[in-house]
Write a protein that binds this ligand. Structure first.
Ligand code: SF4
Length: 261
């Protein structure tokens, strides 16, 4: 059975694939061990998925090397009649690897917003906002009230746990393998430790700096993992991404307003 057959058999409706820029840029970064170039093959796969009713989300890992090629990628996808959601994600320091092309959140958001505005890239979404604040953007599109966001991500949501192959349980995938950060074990015995309660109790209501912040019911204290990395405790805020949210909302609204004019 081919790959498409497997997806259909298992009733898969959405697939996520990565394209790290236009053809020229992607083929330099994402190299297949045998075939070397991968861009055309991925595009063929996307077309086949779409022709069979499977929705495709294209992730772009963005850093200093490929940020200027985003408009070119969008054009190439249009030329190929591909109508996928394009989700930009900043290559970040969370994996702990040293990589020289990482953009700071400030550099990244300023440049990405400028590119989206200049090239009117309405099909492009920004992972840090469109994923974590999806209900906010749904509310803005539908004119309904904005639901309060009490917990930042799955890591601090009581029922999200990640089981690794060694028998340990984690709550954030960036911490996998870091045993000190595990929240318990499931083999040989199921047992949760104090980290579990520290993670699962984190809301903006527990962070002093967030008490008087106008964004607290949208942001819920920001990324707990980044807060831990920066301050050694989860009960501190991480605002680096959130502080660009108002600018993104303005950009987002101005692009949507054009659709209605
Ligand atoms: S922006 Fe900062 S201070 Fe405001 S709620 Fe978010 S983490 Fe807390």
């Amino acid at each position: 059975m081919n790959f498409l057959g497997m997806l259909q058999k298992n009733n898969v409706k959405i697939v996520k694939v990565t394209l790290d820029g236009s053809k020229e840029v992607h083929d330099k970064r994402r190299i297949h061990r045998k075939d070397k170039r991968t861009y055309d093959k991925i595009l063929d796969g996307i077309k086949e998925a779409q022709a069979n009713g499977i929705k495709v989300i294209i992730f772009v890992n963005v850093d200093a090397q490929n940020i200027n090629y985003i408009p070119q990628l969008v054009n190439e996808l249009k030329e190929n009649e591909i109508k996928a959601t394009i989700l930009l994600k900043r290559v970040n320091e969370r994996s702990g690897t040293k990589y020289p092309y990482i953009l700071t959140p400030k550099e990244y958001f300023e440049r990405v917003f400028k590119i989206i505005r200049e090239y009117r890239l309405k099909e492009v979404k920004v992972y840090e906002f469109d994923v974590f604040y999806a209900s906010l953007f749904n509310a803005l599109s539908s004119g309904t009230s904005i639901p309060a966001k009490l917990r930042y991500c799955g890591g601090v949501t009581p029922n999200v746990l990640i089981f690794d192959p060694r028998g340990d349980i984690y709550t954030c995938d960036y911490l996998l393998g870091n045993k000190r950060a595990s929240v318990g074990t499931y083999y040989p015995e199921f047992k949760l430790n104090t980290n579990y309660y520290i993670w699962k109790n984190r809301t903006a209501g527990k962070i002093k700096e967030c008490f008087n912040c106008r964004l607290s019911l949208l942001c819920s204290g920001g990324c707990p993992m980044e807060a831990y990395r920066a301050h050694g405790t989860l009960y501190k805020p991480y605002c680096e991404e959130t502080k660009y949210l108002p600018d993104y909302i303005k950009l987002w609204l101005s692009l949507r307003r054009e659709d209605n004019d």
